[in-house]
Design a protein around this ligand. Structure first.
Ligand code: SF4
Length: 71
């Protein structure tokens, strides 16, 4: 499996959880919304974990077929 993340920035409440847990993968953009560092990698397990820990459920996970994964 090779999951990937999309951030629904309309839903991001800027909690900073993802940025604090994985500072090499997430950062705050100029609007203080979470963004992804290009080419940064997480394991599938880490991706599921960070999605589950987002308080506003703004981190969406997709599999290699581009189907959304339940988190
Ligand atoms: S954990 Fe969720 S709400 Fe918090 S900064 Fe990251 S994407 Fe935004």
């Amino acid at each position: 499996m090779s999951f990937r993340i999309e951030i629904e920035t309309d839903d991001c409440m800027s909690s900073g959880k993802c940025v604090a847990d994985y500072p090499g993968v997430f950062f705050f953009d100029d609007e203080e919304l979470a963004a992804l560092v290009p080419d940064a990698r997480l394991t599938d397990e880490e991706i599921i974990k960070v999605a589950r820990n987002c308080p506003s459920r703004a981190i969406l996970v997709f599999d290699e077929n581009n189907d959304q994964v339940d988190t």
